[in-house]
Write a protein that binds this ligand. Structure first.
Ligand SMILES: [Zn+2]
Length: 80
């Protein structure tokens, strides 16, 4: 997981939040010919795909549930 500072054009205030994202992802989808395809994304491309997939699932980058994993990591860093 890597930290990702993200803004969103769907947010009026232009808020930027930091959250954790996978550095490498595999995305499976169907192409127009209805064939299953799989693509791999790394680094910033992987972050963008995860951000947009969250939107398809009805989540925003500043949703409290998305930030909880990051705050848990910050708490454990302070304890060590
Ligand atoms: Zn967005």
């Amino acid at each position: 997981m890597i930290p990702s500072k993200e803004g969103c054009l769907s947010l009026e205030d232009g808020d930027v939040t930091t959250r954790k994202r996978h550095q490498t992802i595999a995305l499976r989808s169907f192409n127009p010919a209805r064939q299953l395809t799989q693509e791999y994304f790394n680094d910033s491309a992987a972050v963008v795909v995860q951000h947009e997939m969250d939107h398809l699932d009805g989540r925003m980058c500043n949703d409290r549930e998305n930030l909880s994993d990051l705050s848990q990591e910050n708490k454990s860093k302070k304890q060590t």
